[in-house]
Design a protein around this ligand. Structure first.
Ligand SMILES: *Cc1c(COP(=O)(O)O)cnc(C)c1O
Length: 338
């Protein structure tokens, strides 16, 4: 038995891609599908994004890129993270492009030089002169979702340093900058989170013309009545004050329903209900308002249950919620719908 069920809506990804391509204006849309497509399934998301107008794919590592190359022979594939010397052979063979932000610039592979304009992570502080293999110049924003002023400062540093090389493809914008900082769109925007229909700003995706693409469901596996004074779960963190119907759902933190998502909202039989008590490894409890039958659907994500809401409860960002989902068989069942 699958404990839970993930449905990826191909159409939603395609429409989000179209929306982002529209927003980008003349800039190309590059779809960021690292970390297995933010937990959504990299290959499926990549196909939908390409259908929706993306012209390249970005991942974090060479191994992620090689896996995608197996199923997608044609599209441009850019590795954003550092590439080790010994991975270069495989990268060339698979026609990958690599971002380089330190050390020697490799040869015979298309390179994007990465400038650190304030992220303080990967990247050169001083742009080396582009060699003949350099096709792009890039940087990454530290706080484009919250701090437009610092974003503009990073952008102006980048534009100044790269001004002599305007013939190369210049790209700096992530989702937040693509949506919120028009000047940062340059030649290409690298969008991840927005492609999945999740707002980089933590607000409602619909406000940006985006739709969530992942639906995660399970079911009530047991229904029981707690008497006053009885509790559910480890640590007895929820104690019934009155007779309380509880639904037990066979999903827990091993599936990606984090322990700190206790108290978040899910849908049971189409109605919003609260997760109560401590989420365990393989189970969680939902407070019901009446006796329901075993097998009743529980929606953990989708149908208005947003990763943004779970993230707020857990004190994190929606990126971390979706990247932590365990969508793999045999624990979960996965399908793609149009
Ligand atoms: C992950 C990543 C992105 C995408 O960021 P989102 O906020 O998900 O749009 C863009 N550029 C780089 C370098 C990244 O690592």
């Amino acid at each position: 038995m699958s404990r839970s069920h993930f449905t990826l809506d191909h159409g939603a990804i395609r429409r989000n891609a179209r929306r982002l391509a529209d927003v980008a204006g003349g800039a190309e849309l590059w779809a960021v599908v690292k970390a297995d497509g933010y937990g959504h399934g990299a290959a499926d998301v990549a196909r939908a994004a390409l259908d929706g107008g993306a012209s390249a794919l970005c991942v974090a590592t060479v191994s992620e890129a090689l896996e995608l190359r197996q199923v997608l022979r044609e599209p441009r594939l850019l590795v954003l993270g550092p590439v080790a010397e010994e991975e270069l052979g495989a990268a060339r063979e698979a026609r990958l492009e690599v971002a380089v932000g330190s050390g020697r610039v490799p040869e015979n592979v298309p390179v994007h030089l990465k400038l650190d304009t304030g992220m303080g992570r990967w990247g050169f502080y001083e742009l080396p002169s582009p060699t003949r293999d350099v096709v792009g110049l890039m940087s990454h924003f530290a706080s484009s979702e919250t701090d437009p002023e610092f974003t503009r400062l990073q952008l102006s540093r980048f534009l100044e340093a790269t001004a002599p090389y305007a013939h190369l493809t210049r790209h700096v914008a992530n989702s937040a900058a693509a949506l919120g900082t028009p000047d940062a769109r340059l030649d290409a925007v690298r969008c991840g989170i927005a492609l999945y229909g999740i707002s980089p700003f933590g607000d409602a995706p619909a406000a940006h013309g985006l739709e969530p693409a992942l639906r995660w469901t399970s079911e009530l596996a047991q229904v029981k009545l707690l008497q006053p004074g009885e509790s559910t779960g480890y640590g007895r963190r929820f104690v019934a004050e009155q007779p309380t119907w509880l639904g037990i759902v066979p999903v827990g933190y091993a599936d990606g329903f984090r322990r700190d998502m206790s108290e978040t909202g899910v849908l049971v039989a189409g109605e919003r209900r609260r997760v109560v008590g401590t989420v365990s490894m393989d189970a969680l409890a939902v407070e019901l308002d009446r006796e329901l039958t075993v097998g009743e659907e529980v929606v953990l994500l989708g149908d208005g249950v947003l990763a943004e809401d779970h993230a707020r409860i857990a004190g994190t960002i929606p990126y971390e919620i979706v990247c932590g989902l365990n969508t793999q068989a045999p624990r979960a069942h996965r399908e793609v719908v149009e």
